[in-house]
Design a protein around this ligand. Structure first.
Ligand SMILES: Cc1cc2nc3c(=O)[nH]c(=O)nc-3n(C[C@H](O)[C@H](O)[C@H](O)COP(=O)(O)OP(=O)(O)OC[C@H]3O[C@@H](n4cnc5c(N)ncnc54)[C@H](O)[C@@H]3O)c2cc1C
Length: 399
């Protein structure tokens, strides 16, 4: 039978980060990815300061910065009046080497990590086009069944199996663990366009969460495009809402000239918030979206998953080096409460704020946010939380 120390399932940002961190310690890792290439679908675009700090060591952060856009500020705006609360992240400069958000596609991170592993870490074996079909575990180890697009089915034996296989995780389902939480009623229609919103809306940041008389939208800038989050109109089905005419009609309400925009991609998605009951069961561990999912509002899901991977790599390396397996429970104690208290709670607050329809409540919220943004001490506390610095710090104090 084929043998390795750790099998990691899924070459998303979390699985690749974990594989890199383990590989840096010489751990033998088999990383299995069902897709034959890294998917370039539109998902995360925001990197928070502590994530950039963590990736600096291997030179991944400079590559991300080169490929992305530094966003020194972000805004909550009222459309079309353009009143806004703007948060300036430079206030974080004594807390991070990267006092800004970085706007860059998630798949670029995956590509950079994969290339780094292939060029520098001989103990990590990445197999694309190979999916994990199931596994069994004993107190001695785990036996993993795989299926390849090209090539024979295989069985691998390993000391630990880590499911970084995303929201629909086969690893989590095989463990039969409850994925507690809820699915929100709305569907978001994500539109990518190269229309230059910055030339039409005054004082726009690279990250803008906007209320409008018709509802809410967000405008997030990447190097060569804008990502616009839209919502179906009342009584409009999802099928109708993704049609070009409907998308153009909604874009026109943001900027009239935008009706003629070049639409690059339209993608509907639902929003869930769930956390698995247990992160560790025997020799099988969960990380990233396999363990927790949340509203993308505020850009925390991938960042939180990457923080899981850094934490888990440290514990796993020590356990493989002879320390007690109980250290893996410390990973769960350090990361699960943070997913609930910081990532899910904060992203749910962000979502609820933007879903508010009442004009007076919106105005009140905007005034509160403006007051916070203009008070250095309150702004600092707010940005430490929303930039995921507080959560990461709190996680390592858990014993
Ligand atoms: C529209 C949108 C915007 C978002 N914006 C942000 C943002 O700005 N910032 C942020 O932090 N987060 C954001 N997120 C969340 C972010 O995309 C996810 O949290 C992130 O992708 C989780 O990474 P992961 O590696 O855990 O899982 P995934 O990225 O889902 O990767 C899992 C991998 O596992 C593979 N896989 C699955 N099953 C198997 C199997 N059986 N065998 C082998 N391989 C398997 C899959 O093919 C996939 O490649 C956003 C999400 C969406 C939908």
């Amino acid at each position: 039978m084929n043998q390795t120390d750790v099998v990691v399932v899924g070459a998303g940002p979390v699985g690749l980060t974990l594989a890199m961190r383990l590989g840096l310690q010489g751990v033998r890792v088999l990383l299995l990815e069902a897709n034959q290439t890294i998917e370039k679908d539109l998902r995360a675009s925001t990197f928070h300061p502590p994530t950039l700090d963590l990736f600096d060591e291997q030179g991944i952060t400079p590559q991300l910065i080169k490929a992305g856009l530094i966003a020194p500020t972000w805004q909550v705006r009222n459309h079309p009046s353009h009143d806004c609360a703007e948060f300036d992240l430079s206030i974080l400069k004594s807390h991070t080497a990267h006092p800004y958000r970085l706007q860059c596609e998630q798949w670029r991170l995956s590509e950079f990590l994969k290339t780094y592993i292939e060029n520098h870490l001989p103990s990590v074996n990445i197999r694309m086009g190979v999916s994990v079909e199931g596994f069994t575990q004993t107190t001695e180890g785990v036996s993993v069944q795989t299926r390849a697009h090209h090539g024979p089915d295989e069985v691998w034996s390993c000391q630990y199996l880590v499911g970084c296989d995303g929201a629909k995780s086969v690893v989590r389902k095989t463990l039969d663990l409850e994925f507690e939480g809820q699915t929100f009623p709305e569907t978001t229609i994500l539109v990518a366009t190269d229309f230059p919103f910055q030339g039409h809306l005054p004082h726009l940041s690279f990250i803008n969460y906007c209320w409008s008389p018709e509802g809410t939208f967000s405008l997030l800038r990447l190097k060569n495009l804008w990502r616009v989050s839209l919502y179906p109109s009342l009584n409009e089905s999802i099928d109708e809402a993704v049609q070009e005419d409907s998308v153009r009609a909604k874009l026109r309400l943001i900027v009239p000239e935008c009706q003629q925009a070049h639409i690059i991609q339209v993608r509907p998605y639902r929003i869930h918030q769930r956390v698995v009951k247990q992160y560790v069961l025997g020799r099988v561990i969960l990380a990233g979206d396999a363990a927790h999912i949340n509203s993308p509002s505020g850009g925390m899901g991938m960042n939180g998953g990457v923080h899981d991977a850094f934490n888990l790599a440290d514990k796993l390396t020590r356990v493989l080096g002879g320390q007690s397996q109980a250290l893996l429970n410390l990973y769960e104690r350090q990361r699960r409460p943070i997913a609930i208290k910081h990532v899910i709670e904060q992203s749910a607050k962000n979502r609820a704020r933007m879903q508010e329809k009442d004009r007076d409540k919106r105005l009140q919220t905007l005034q509160n946010l403006q007051a916070v943004s203009q008070d250095p001490e309150r702004a600092l506390q707010y940005l430490l939380e929303t930039s995921m610095i507080s959560g990461l710090r709190e996680s390592i104090t858990q014993v």
